[in-house]
Write a protein that binds this ligand. Structure first.
Ligand code: FPP
Length: 229
């Protein structure tokens, strides 16, 4: 959800005003993806590296998260959204952890849309924590064993990764899980990411040929036979 700070700076507002708009944009996006039949939405809300921002912005963001989580739970619950918070909890405030736990508990019986909020998350952190668990269990390192211990093991790998804000890099998001994802880079700043841009991202995705290491010919033959394996 990149571009909140620039959205605010362009309007001579403090950066936190951009993050507040970012929450509104996320609310609209959750509704829009649900209406389009998407089953899993994973958003990057705070990275392991975001602690390096000015202390004032970090504390403002933490306040905003705690407040936004509390405020949004009833509607998310009513809309059938199940929330998961993915990332390192150590180092988060008691208030933020309480909000996270309440959101996960209150939406645990929902199943229309899974909303994963990556918070104090990094793709490298995830690989390392999974590898450390595997080592502690004394188990052989295999792709499957590692996958099962990753923080997003409750959902399939993402089909489409959208990055807003005009940058074309992955910035430590879903490093393991995006091995075969399609990417869509949007010039829209996150507060301006709307339904029209979401539809452009989905239309772009629908035009891609996903080969998963195979040839075009093999994919065409599979499609004709009605198989996806
Ligand atoms: C990156 O934009 C955005 C963030 C670090 C924060 C994103 C968080 C939200 C939208 C709130 C989510 C809330 C909940 C409850 C999950 P940036 O600040 O790097 O923008 P810039 O590149 O323009 O400076």
């Amino acid at each position: 959800m990149d571009g909140n700070g620039r959205w605010a700076s362009k309007r001579f507002l403090p950066r936190i005003a951009g993050h507040k708009q970012g929450v509104d944009s996320l609310r609209r996006c959750v509704r829009a993806v649900g209406q389009r039949g998407v089953k899993v939405l994973t958003v990057f809300a705070f990275s392991s590296e975001n602690w390096n921002r000015p202390a004032e912005e970090v504390s403002g963001l933490m306040e905003l998260f705690a407040m936004a989580i509390g405020r949004e739970i009833p509607q998310l619950k009513a809309d059938g959204v199940r929330m998961f918070f993915v990332g390192e909890r150590l180092g988060l405030s008691v208030k933020v952890i309480a909000g996270i736990e309440q959101a996960e508990r209150d939406t645990a019986s929902n199943s229309k849309l899974i909303l994963n909020v990556c918070f104090n998350y990094g793709g490298r952190w995830d690989i390392v924590q999974a590898a450390a668990k595997l080592a502690a269990q004394g188990k052989a390192v295999t792709e499957q064993a590692l996958s099962e211990l990753m923080a997003l093991s409750h959902v399939a790998d993402p089909d489409l990764v959208v990055r807003t804000g005009g940058e074309q890099r992955i910035s430590n998001f879903l490093l393991w899980q995006s091995a075969y994802s399609e990417f869509y880079f949007s010039d829209k700043l996150w507060p301006e990411f709307d339904e029209a841009e979401l539809d452009r991202a989905i239309a772009s995705f629908n035009q891609r040929e996903r080969r998963f290491g195979k040839t075009s010919g093999q994919i065409a033959a599979q499609a004709a036979a009605g198989s996806t394996s």
